[in-house]
Design a protein around this ligand. Structure first.
Ligand code: ZN
Length: 317
């Protein structure tokens, strides 16, 4: 019998966590809608009550229940009949799935679980702000950088803390509470090394600085070549938001995972952009949401990065 909440098996925890995730997903919709707005008072996500983005009619409490209200209202605003974009229920369900899925890939109640959960929700918001507005808000990314460093600190003070968790089957595993292992999920027996404050700090500096240097070099070289040909110079090759995203992901998962995310995100971007360029739907000037592919690349990087790296080293031998 489970004696504490920590000891509940993943299916029970998933059912308990899903509604909380729906509520977080509902708040994610508010962030996605309001943070890219121009006016400061429109960006208020704390005290401004929920309203219809189309007619600005305030929502009654029963019109603001995640997922259920959307189903009840048949996807339309009760006041003006505005068709609520499918994105709204989708983000709510994804928020719920992040919470429900988190306990299958990270041991519930451990630091790595909190980290995975917050990272998943943050990526949900950033994916959609970048997808809809080509915008990655500082209001989220700077606190995430600080949080990534803070997550690495408890292990300095309590290195020996352990916790019992359920594994697949009926086994119980005693793990280091602060183990931030970049482990292939859900095989918790393969808990990797913790993300230390050093790998976290290097992750921030390299995540922000590394691409920044490449970007500056690219702009310099490109402008020199273009100028020689009599063309127009450009200001930037990549968005600053992308560097900040790599910085906080580096703070969360260490610089090694950050490199995987950078190369994985770039590879995905090429995979999506090439067909568009071949079909002439996109040119060299087309804006592409790099934050979206960085978000997608985070999952394989965190779960399978170390496994892929050791496979690569073995194949090179
Ligand atoms: Zn309305």
């Amino acid at each position: 019998m489970p004696t504490a909440l920590l000891d509940f098996p993943p299916p029970a925890l998933s059912i308990l966590l899903f509604p909380f995730g729906l509520i977080v997903g509902s708040f994610a919709n508010v962030l996605i809608h309001r943070l890219p707005l121009e006016a400061a008072e429109d960006r208020n996500v704390v005290t401004r009550p929920s309203h219809c983005p189309s007619c600005h009619a305030p929502l009654r409490w029963h019109q603001n229940i995640p997922l259920l209200s959307w189903l009840w209202l048949r996807g339309r605003c009760a006041a003006c009949g505005w068709r609520i974009p499918f994105r709204y229920p989708l983000v709510e369900v994804l928020g719920g799935l992040v919470a429900a899925g988190s306990v299958w890939v990270f041991p519930f109640g451990t630091l790595i679980w909190w980290k995975g959960l917050l990272c998943g929700w943050a990526l949900l918001v950033l994916f959609f702000t970048d997808f809809t507005e080509y915008f990655l808000p500082d209001a989220i990314q700077f606190p995430l950088m600080a949080l990534g460093i803070l997550f690495a600190l408890p292990q300095l003070f309590w290195p020996e803390t352990t916790v019992r968790i359920w594994t697949t089957g009926n086994g119980i595993l005693v793990v280091d509470r602060w183990a931030n292992g970049l482990q292939p999920a859900p095989l918790w027996s393969l808990l990797g090394e913790a993300v230390s404050w050093k790998t976290s700090l290097i992750g921030i500096v390299a995540g922000y600085g590394g691409p920044w240097i490449f970007e500056r070099l690219y702009v310099l070289v490109r402008n020199a070549m273009v100028k020689a040909a009599g063309g127009q110079a450009i200001e930037a090759g990549m968005g600053m938001g992308d560097f900040k995203m790599l910085a906080w992901l580096g703070a969360f998962w260490g610089w090694q995972a950050m490199l995987f995310i950078l190369f994985g995100g770039a590879a995905l971007m090429v995979a999506f952009a090439l067909p568009l360029i071949i079909l002439r739907r996109a040119g060299a000037q087309t804006l592409l949401p790099f934050g979206c592919t960085l978000a997608l690349a985070t999952f394989p990087a965190v779960f399978y990065g170390p496994a892929m790296w050791s496979w690569y080293l073995g194949a090179m031998r």
